[in-house]
Design a protein around this ligand. Sequence first.
Ligand code: SF4
Length: 379
Amino acid sequence: MCSMEQVKHLLGISGGKDSAALAIYMSKNYPTLDIEYYTCDTGKELKETYDLIKKLNSVLGKNIELYNSIDEENSPMDNPFDHFLALYGSYLPSPMARWCTKKMKLEPFENRVGDAPTISYVGIRGDENREGYVSKKENIQTIFPFRKNIWSEDVVKKVLANENIDKLKNYYESVVHEKSLLENLLEYVCRPISVQFTQKQKVNALLDADIKSFNKVVFEYLKTTDYPVGQLDSFSLIENTDNIGLQDVFDILESSGVGIPAYYKPIEYEVEIDGEIKKGTYSRSRSGCFFCFYQQKIEWVWLLEQHPDLYEKAVGYEKDGYAWAEETLEELRKPERVKAIKKEHYLRTLRQEKRSRTNSSWQDEILQAEGEGCASCFI
Ligand code: SF4
């Protein structure tokens, strides 16, 4: 069995709020874990992202390592994005051809890890319904400390497989000493996964009954596998019962002094609808490259009005028939399009507020926008 030191602990900082909050949370709650914090720079992030990483450096008391995707000294380009864009013949990345994430985020991470057993901590929150990036490399295991279920889908699937029911029963009997709790848990443990009782229902039932015993059982199971967590003598995260949501993330950032990146804060805009001036708010819902193709139209308008220089640069990439979205940025910046996008955004927000009978907050907008996109860039 490997000792604690032989398994690497890594935490990637994308520049977004959740990974920044996770880094602060881990350094505060698990100071004995020797975590290496890293970032993969595309060269095209917003200034606020670079400011956030600088502030984090001082709060963590550790230097955030930069995992390079290119050898800048030997590249004709002075930044990773332009280097790879030239290699791809000016073919802009898109949700269908996301070479940017692969080349500038995932490959530098996996190259750096090599074959070492590695635990990667990812900041998917307890109030999100998505799975973060889980490497296909067997020596890399992903852990989600912000969720009630800290384990990745592949681990849960193996642990709860019907053929493991007897093994699981034995583990539970050895870790749970309270009779009534054990009886309750064994009811779920012994019930096979089926159409009537899915894997999701089973894991939720076991976690709702007792998070710590589930974690201890998974840890016992992992010791019989090659998973990196199973190679540790002990793993402090199995005692974790936190469930961290969006507001908690903002609280962690504010109370640490790092603060919330300015681009998340709502800014007022005006739009004329049926002869009346209406006031709405817009902001950016995520970190990442300033020209990221996952932006909503209202975010492009935000970029145009709040960072016209960056919008101009994004326009400069659109040539040879390639565009960031289904309409070109030259089209999108026409006054009639800007007005139409604001109007559509204003009315959509109003409809949502009526449906929920409360004022739609800027946090709600972030929650809605988060569903789509790249977990490596925006967490
Ligand atoms: S932020 Fe968007 S454009 Fe930048 S690397 Fe990520 S997916 Fe690609």
